[in-house]
Design a protein around this ligand. Structure first.
Ligand code: SF4
Length: 331
């Protein structure tokens, strides 16, 4: 049986089987089934740190990259203020819980759609936390023209001189055994007709390593090319993997070669077997074990839903669930 495979799915599975169930089995956007809809909303929910990164990703996708493609003049000072206005609009969307409104379809309001944990599950925050987010968004946009790539070129030169740019790539699908692999790539650049995959980051952590995520994208581009009739295969070194940290204003190159390709194939094959065991028609929430790791639970988007279902024999009632959630009692 084929299984949908993604790096985040594997990580979620390893962290907690029940969390995997909520995110990958139960979650569904259809409003007819209330518990499935709630799992879908909780999966999409972000904390402020994740959110500021997603705002910058989206702003690059819908504003900056199209301007570069159209060869428009870029005033980064002005764009940084536009990005903050864009963020404020998303914030209001979440604050007013407009995602509860069945009239609003996510596809029609993609740029505005936003669910923040401070509104959905009542996570505490201060005005200062929010101001820091807006400052970081501003700083990330202002840093774009300052980023120098490991090969000495400015990021902006790569983008302006590219054969083409494609932001938010989600349509490159390949099979690795029974695993369907379709990673999301922030930006795909054709640099002298060779692919460069860019991952935008806003993390200020010094220890984060995003190599694996980019290598999976590299593998997808490499394999996809093998399936393209009439085109010669890429050499591994033709595929550029770049992690661009816009908060720090630095770019990091990640290697891609035969050994990394083989290791990535092995990793996908191995982990997809675990997922295949827990995919099917007749699986039930009780088949999925809970983690004992309190840190995972503390940071889990499904924490309140998980606790509610445990207390209520896995039976969901929207009214009583919302009453149990801080800030939701008045809904
Ligand atoms: S709250 Fe804990 S046990 Fe429940 S789904 Fe999340 S991580 Fe798993």
């Amino acid at each position: 049986m084929n299984v949908k495979w993604a790096y985040t799915t594997v990580n979620t599975w390893r962290e907690c089987n029940r969390k995997y169930y909520f995110a990958s089995v139960l979650a569904n956007h259809n409003r007819k089934n209330l518990v499935r809809r709630k799992a879908y909303e909780l999966r999409a929910m972000q904390n402020l740190t994740m959110w500021k990164g997603s705002v910058v990703d989206k702003f690059l996708e819908v504003v900056i990259i199209p301007m570069i493609t159209a060869q428009k003049e870029l005033d980064f000072q002005c764009l940084s203020e536009q990005a903050v206005a864009f963020a404020r609009k998303q914030f209001r969307f979440s604050e007013n819980k407009l995602y509860d409104n069945p009239e609003l379809k996510k596809g029609d309001i993609e740029s505005e759609y936003c669910i923040l944990d401070i509104h959905e599950t009542g996570q505490p925050y201060t005005e200062q936390d929010l101001l820091v987010c807006y400052d970081d968004i501003r700083k990330a946009i202002l840093n774009i023209p300052l980023v120098v790539l490991p090969d000495g070129r400015h990021l902006m030169n790569l983008l302006k001189e590219a054969n083409w740019l494609k932001p938010n790539v989600e349509d490159r699908l390949v099979y690795v055994g029974n695993a369907i692999v379709k990673p999301q790539m922030d930006l795909l650049v054709s640099d002298n007709w060779k692919p460069v995959i860019i991952d935008w980051k806003l993390s200020d952590s010094m220890v984060s390593d995003y190599a694996r995520q980019l290598q999976i994208s590299g593998l997808t581009i490499y394999k996809k090319r093998l399936d393209t009739p009439g085109k010669p295969p890429y050499l591994f070194e033709d595929i550029g993997l770049l992690e661009v940290n816009l908060l720090k204003g630095i770019a990091k190159h990640h290697d891609f070669n035969q050994e990394i390709y083989n290791n990535t194939i092995d990793y996908i094959s191995l982990t997809s077997r675990d997922i295949a065991l827990m995919t099917g028609e007749d699986i039930d929430i009780e088949d999925f074990e809970l983690t004992n790791n309190q840190v995972s639970c503390k940071n889990c988007n499904f924490r309140l839903l998980c606790g509610y279902l445990i207390k209520n024999n896995n039976i969901y009632d929207e009214g009583s669930y919302l009453k149990s959630v801080p800030d939701r009692q008045l809904v």
